[in-house]
Structure formats: C-alpha cells, structure tokens
Design a protein around this ligand. Structure first.
Ligand SMILES: [Zn+2]
Length: 168
C-alpha cells in the first residue's frame, strides 16, 4: 500500500490508544501496534495496485502515485504534530528498509560490488513470507489498475474512523 495508508493506519491507532489508555501504555501500544500494522497493511497490499517496480512511462501509474504522494504529504502535515508517533511508527519498516538500509547498502556496494552487506537486516522479506504463506489465498492484484479501488476504500474508511473517534 501507499505511504498515506500507512500514515492513516498509524494515526487511527494513536487516536484509539490515546483515547482509551493511560500513560505510559498509550505511548507504548501506539508504537508497538503502529509498527506491527505495517506488516498487515503491506500484506493486504497484495490486493491493491502496487507494481514492484516504478512504471515511469505508464501515465496511470504516474498519476496514481502523484495523487497518493500529494495526499500523504497533506495528511502528514495535518497530523504531523499530534499524531506523529503513530504515523512515524507505521512507516518505520519502509523508513528502515528503503530510507536507511538500501542507501547504505548501495554506498557499500559502490566500494566493493562483491560485498553482501546488510542483506539479512531487511524487514520486507518477512512481509513477503506472510503474503506468500499464511495469506497465499489472497489474489495478487498488484498489476490490476482497478485495484486502486481497494486502496481508495481503505483510505476512505480510515478517514471516517479517525474522524469518528476524534469527534466522539
Ligand atoms: Zn512496506
């Protein structure tokens, strides 16, 4: 799924934890559940439009990613201060794998192409395993353009739930 879905899931988790739990459990459970939510959301990404590689020549791919990126930034700004904890921890796996480990690995590989540094520290292979083993029965719609509907429904539902719990 896209970053916006991860952020909204993290925000919802934080809203619920801070509404129903006392310190320090609201903080601890937000961090733990938001972190774990990445595994579930990424597993469910199997039934959303999510090509493993960027299709920069495909108009549909580009437009969809511009929309989700702009909304992720928008949602990120709106929730940044009060719900940064949930939003951040829900994206921790991506930040670690793609933002820290991969660039570090590329840097090391430039120095020595034979070096297999850091390969065992990626978290996404665990998610791939969850997708392929316990959730093998989910259809793979990663290349189906209409599968953006699944993501749009998910994002809308998260928005409604967050608003509901914030206002109630
Ligand atoms: Zn991920």
């Amino acid at each position: 799924m896209e970053a916006i879905t991860h952020i909204l899931t993290g925000v919802l988790i934080q809203v619920l934890c801070f509404k129903y739990l006392l310190f320090p459990f609201n903080f601890l459970l937000t961090m733990l559940l938001a972190f774990l939510s990445h595994f579930i959301v990424d597993t469910l990404a199997k039934i959303t439009y999510h090509t493993p590689v960027a299709l920069k020549d495909d108009k549909f791919w580009v437009i969809w990613h511009v929309i989700t990126l702009v909304s992720a930034v928008g949602v990120g700004i709106v929730f940044f201060i009060p719900y940064v904890l949930g939003g951040l921890f829900a994206n921790l796996v991506d930040i670690w794998d793609w933002g820290i480990l991969r660039p570090l690995q590329n840097k090391k590989k430039k120095e020595n192409p034979e070096f297999k540094w850091g390969e065992g520290y990626f978290i996404h292979p665990i998610i791939d395993w969850i997708r392929d083993k316990p959730f093998y029965w989910l259809p793979n719609w990663n290349y189906k353009k209409k599968a953006i509907i699944v993501e749009i429904i998910t994002i809308t539902t998260l928005f409604i739930l967050i608003s509901f719990f914030l206002l109630s």
